[in-house]
Ligand binder design. Sequence first.
Ligand SMILES: [Zn+2]
Ligand SMILES: [Zn+2]
Length: 404
Amino acid sequence: MTRPDRTLTLTNATVLTPGSTKPKAGWVRIAGDRIVAVGGARKPRARGGQGRSTQSGRSGQLDTIYDCGGRTLAPGYIDMHVHGGGGGSFTSGDPDDARAVARLHRRHGTTSIVGSLVTAPIPELTKAIAELAGLVESGELAGLHLEGPYLSRARCGAHNPTYLRRPDVNEVKGLLEAGRGTIKMITLAPELPGAIELIEHCVAAGLVVAVGHTDATYSETRLALAAGATVATHLYNGMRGQHHREPGPPTALLAAANVVVELINDGVHLHDAVVGVTFDAIGADRVALITDAIAAAGVGDGLYPLGPMTIRVTDGVARVLGPDGAIAGSTLTLEQAVARAVEVAGVKIGDAVTAASHTPARVLGLADRVGSIAQGKQADLLLLDEKMAVCKVMVRGRWQSASG
Ligand SMILES: [Zn+2]
Ligand SMILES: [Zn+2]
């Protein structure tokens, strides 16, 4: 981090500012952990009359220049649904494991990460929540997400059906208490008995409610939306499909203007055409690119635990162990998700980046601090090459080392 009385100016960049679909020539100035100015094609005026000199000495007038070499500056990515990576997983509740996950994804551009917990026995879940809450309080995680245990047996994917439960407001009160205000989102199946009451309770408690792992019909999904649900957990995956006479959750969720839909854009979970057409239909302000990654992300093929389940990863595709194993999360990073959106699904650069930064920031209630390059925002920045590969990562005004 630069000292608050000194600045770091990133020049000769193309900058993705909010609302632009293409990066434009510009510069960004940082003091401490904040962005203090953003400019266009005209060169920044040097502070204290020191020209382009770097490390120029006189106190109070030091402005370090970093030449971006024409590369693109994007806001740091925000992953609102991720279980693991780098060999670690949030499910264990172990802080060192959680830090390993955050480190792996940070190297690939994720500067704010939510810890997603899969369905597990309530005592285990409570313990993991209480442990991870500390990492949210210390600013290492952006929040926690409960995926389950109130999910559909018919659409449970990699969630262990043994531990699925009926919605229970009192039980959730206990989980929220363990989280000390750090649980930001819960995914549930709205067709389960008691689900609507639970949605209302969670919304009143300040949580984002996501519809997912659900066998709900179109009408049942509409009831969930009326009760306050505003997110689709990995739209299309783990839910009843879109039939022209029973349009199911996807149609209800896409049609609701206040709903943000998560997409797992790894080329396995969704056809590229579906990714492209979803962006075209509802716009990047309503799409959140997520990884839903498990421990195998950034590691390789093999066997990995996902909560109480065992997952086999072959050629980067994760499936529940067994003959007809369901797809079980991904080995994706947001770096790949954004690059694929642009290169393969034909999404505009600005839109792909918005879906990995500003949109999830807004869903999580963090948009006043992170998710865009603008004056006053936290200096979480990425330097991207022309293929959208992440060359350098800055967190709170500090460049991260390649290893960490
Ligand atoms: Zn899921
Ligand atoms: Zn998940």
